[in-house]
Design a protein around this ligand. Structure first.
Ligand code: SF4
Ligand code: SF4
Length: 386
């Protein structure tokens, strides 16, 4: 057996305290975090979350440690931690030290390089950022004319599946008569994936640059496609901008009577179940908005899965896991699809591009034909497609 190499020194300890605001200090090693972590549902030997908190308390750094990169930052453990430890942030701090010591997960440096060179983590050319919208004639944001900036985000700009969600959001904003603009090719990467894989210093630089660009552009309100960028803007950028996830913005429009969703011409499947993305529900307490939108669509009967709201089951795509391989049989999304099937729903709705990708992969891999995965925006857009 190869010996695990530990690094222990005062500098590591001090740096970790600084990186995480000393988050692990109050941990009393009860092990609840390990018990509730979803890796325990799919792995024989689960992720020992508690031991990482201990390592952080002592300033221990283990190099070449693959398990450090398992955490999806889903915050299930935080919801149950009796000491209120910001566990995901401790993982991000430990990951930062791994980057610093030149021991990141081998699948992740390409992500960072792509963000650096291409302004997106998907290794796509910056010049093609707006290809998804080439027939839409979307205006560049102008503070004199526009109420909001629609922040499309990297995944919805480049991923062909997520692009359909961006199209749906645009058609709903148009249907409500909302004056909005985008930043076109100049849209900055939010850096959420850089943060979640732990490169806190690079993320800070990105966040500061983007904030400056938003301020200079007179942007104060941003509507995002994905909950991860929403979380980055809301909780890690500062207070200069007011972000909304698109479900929140649409729910407000519906409440104000600015957006009405008539019955779609082709009838929807009656039963829809909703998968709460971790970065909406657990990280940001947003449970109601996506349900308000779904409930406003004629023909939708919302049926709930066993694990919802702050108890949602992570799809497995956060924390940089979208860029890493997860063995078949160890995918949380397989379990989530089983849960969705147990409700008798024909549509599994969600509102995050990572969740869509993971859940759809699971549906396809298992050859399931009786369940279709759709974004809330796509379902709502069906209603206005007359
Ligand atoms: S649940 Fe909280 S207090 Fe208990 S071991 Fe985990 S981090 Fe520490
Ligand atoms: S954030 Fe999620 S994946 Fe990470 S340790 Fe906590 S429960 Fe496990």
């Amino acid at each position: 057996m190869p010996q695990t190499k530990y690094i222990i020194d005062d500098n590591t300890w001090e740096e970790l305290i600084e990186l995480t605001n000393g988050a692990a200090a109050v941990c009393f090693q009860c092990g609840v975090c390990t018990a509730v972590c979803p890796w325990g549902l799919v792995k024989e030997e689960t992720l020992s979350v508690r031991s990482y908190m201990r390592a952080a308390q002592l300033g221990l750094q283990k190099n070449g440690n693959e398990n450090l990169w398992l955490c999806t930052t889903c915050a299930q453990c935080e919801a149950y931690c009796p000491r209120g430890v910001d566990i995901a942030d401790v993982f991000r701090g430990l990951r930062y030290l791994a980057w610093k010591n030149n021991h990141p997960h081998e699948g992740l440096p390409s992500l960072l390089w792509s963000v650096y060179w291409n302004n997106n983590p998907w290794e796509q050319p910056p010049s093609q950022r707006t290809n998804w919208a080439k027939n839409l004639d979307l205006p560049i944001f102008d503070p004199e004319e526009h109420e909001i900036l629609y922040y499309v985000g990297c995944t919805a700009s480049y991923d062909t599946r997520a692009q359909k969600v961006a199209h749906a959001v645009v058609s709903l904003l148009n249907a409500a008569g909302v004056p909005f603009g985008t930043l076109g090719e100049d849209e900055p990467c939010s850096g959420e994936e850089v943060l979640s894989v732990g490169h806190k210093h690079y993320f800070r630089e990105m966040a500061d640059n983007a904030t400056k660009a938003f301020k200079e552009g007179g942007i104060t309100q941003i509507v995002t496609t994905d909950p991860h960028s929403y979380d980055a803007f809301k909780n890690h950028y500062g207070n200069a901008i007011q972000p909304f996830h698109y479900t929140q913005y649409l729910a407000n429009l519906i409440e104000e009577g600015r957006l009405t969703l008539p019955a779609p011409r082709s009838p929807l499947p009656a039963k829809v179940t909703f998968h709460d993305p971790c970065y909406l529900s657990r990280h940001n307490d947003e449970i109601e908005a996506p349900r308000k939108v779904l409930n406003a669509i004629p023909g939708v009967e919302l049926v709930e899965m066993p694990n919802i709201a702050e108890d949602t089951l992570c799809c497995g795509g956060g924390g940089g896991r979208m860029w890493l391989e997860t063995e078949p049989g160890e995918r949380f999304s397989d379990l989530r699809v089983e849960e969705a099937l147990s409700t008798g729903a024909q549509l599994l709705a969600t509102s995050c591009p990572y969740c869509i990708a993971c859940l759809e992969d699971s549906v396809k891999a298992q050859g399931i034909t009786e369940l279709v995965v759709m974004d809330v925006a796509e379902i709502a857009a069906l209603a206005i497609k007359q």
